[in-house]
Design a protein around this ligand. Structure first.
Ligand SMILES: [Zn+2]
Ligand SMILES: [Zn+2]
Length: 440
């Protein structure tokens, strides 16, 4: 283009006004994705390409492969005849791998009579799957840390580089130090990223008290309020809060007492098994995020999650969701023959937030050697109670002003096709609306 033509075009654009110049601006829409998945790079039973293929074929638009303390990079050979692993599943996955991609793609070698497969790095295989506006990978890792006998697993999402387990002087301190490491990496690289605490009830490793105080200038306060792994005790037991109730305890304490920011809850798969299916197996497709963003790119999806522009689902899809200072309004994508109940859950400003502690039963002391969880802490039923509920596909909550926060839980009558636990119905959960403090 010559200078005169360029000038004419520039003037035309100027005359058209800035909103016309931005006419390519896409409308925000919902993108489905999962931030917790395992492959052969750690203890998943299937190579990453077949994992990605499963998610793409099931209409996910983004996927974070989060293997334990490794990103899908470097040179790794995976022993498919290793008897320490569940060999039948591994060999089944290997057969499927060769059937799907062929021997020109699958690289093998034999060491001391045992076959090994070279793991493809994310940079090697991502081009087989990624398509603008329909599927992307976001880099991640399950930072797999511990304190004494307590597993502390946290997923770094949209990491630019590997984040090593940071360690710490207590469960709470270990969580904080891993948050700090990812926040520092984000600041150093200029890339948006976040970290979420995983499955607090896995081996009953963390209580709400262990993570309610997580503090970060970058606002990183995220945990899994639902994890599809059959061994993670989402619903707690007589002595342990469910992970969903932990969310209410954490929100109430942070907003009502600790003067900290909102805390977001995520639903994830934590899938490990793609060769055996059903109740009790650790399968994909159980819990996911729906993220509202104009663009499907790693940074834009990450930024939207950091703003809280997402909801969680185990099967229920929302047609619309508006969360404003005035309240929450939502419409459910109705399915034939399915009924819906919407509960608006919250905690009022005058709720009793005092923890009540009781000695834990003797058998629990034996589980831990560090006496961290020798007491059981509980809270008033006013923490995270149903403030209003309705049935049907439309629901509204109008802020009254005396709430700390309110969030929506949508419960359908449809059984989950491959549930975390027997009898689970398909559900959805919005992120909390933090009610602004009235000027005093
Ligand atoms: Zn884990
Ligand atoms: Zn995991």
């Amino acid at each position: 283009m010559n200078a005169a033509k360029f000038k004419a075009l520039a003037v035309a654009m100027l005359l058209a006004g800035s909103h016309h110049a931005l006419s390519a601006e896409p409308a925000a829409r919902w993108w489905k994705g999962n931030t917790h998945t395992h492959t052969w790079w750690s203890d998943g039973d299937t190579p990453p390409e077949l994992v990605a293929k499963w998610y793409k074929e099931h209409d996910y638009q983004f996927l974070v492969l989060t293997d334990h303390n490794i990103m899908q990079a470097g040179t790794e050979w995976y022993p498919i005849d290793d008897t320490r692993r569940s060999v039948t599943q591994i060999q089944q996955a290997y057969d499927e791998y060769v059937r799907t991609y062929g021997t020109n793609w699958v690289e093998t070698r034999t060491v001391a009579g045992n076959r090994e497969v070279k793991l493809k790095t994310l940079d090697e295989f991502r081009a087989l799957f990624e398509e603008a506006g329909s599927f992307i990978f976001i880099k991640g890792e399950e930072i797999t840390d511990s304190f004494h006998t307590h597993s502390i697993h946290m997923n770094g999402v949209n990491l630019a580089e590997f984040s090593a387990p940071a360690g710490g002087s207590s469960v709470a301190n270990t969580i904080q130090r891993n948050v700090d490491a990812v926040v520092a990496q984000g600041e150093r690289t200029g890339q948006p990223m976040f970290i979420h605490l995983n499955h607090p009830n896995f081996q009953y490793a963390e209580t709400a008290e262990d993570f309610m105080q997580v503090d970060s200038a970058a606002g990183d306060g995220f945990f899994e309020m639902y994890n599809g792994h059959s061994g993670v005790n989402n619903y707690g037991d007589a002595l342990h809060e469910s992970s969903e109730r932990m969310w209410d305890i954490v929100l109430a304490k942070r907003l009502g007492e600790l003067n900290l920011e909102v805390f977001y809850g995520l639903a994830v798969d934590d899938a490990h098994e793609y060769t055996v299916w059903g109740l009790g197996e650790v399968n994909p497709g159980r819990g996911w995020l729906m993220v509202k963003s104009q663009w499907l790119t790693p940074n834009k999806i990450t930024e939207a999650i950091k703003r809280g522009d997402f909801y969680n689902s185990t099967g229920v899809t929302l047609r619309s969701l508006e969360i404003s200072d005035a309240g929450i309004t939502l419409d459910i994508e109705a399915q034939a023959g399915v009924e819906y109940r919407v509960e608006f859950v919250g905690t009022l400003k005058d709720a009793d937030l005092t923890p009540k502690t009781a000695p834990a039963p003797e058998h629990m002391h034996a589980e831990t050697t560090d006496h961290l969880h020798d007491t059981i802490t509980s809270y008033s039923a006013d923490v995270g109670r149903v403030l209003s509920e309705s049935s049907g596909t439309h629901a509204e909550y109008k802020v009254r002003g005396d709430e700390l926060y309110v969030r929506a839980r949508i419960i359908s009558t449809k059984l989950h096709p491959n549930p975390f636990a027997a009898g689970d119905v398909e559900m959805a959960w919005t992120q909390p609306l933090v009610v602004k403090q009235a000027a005093k």
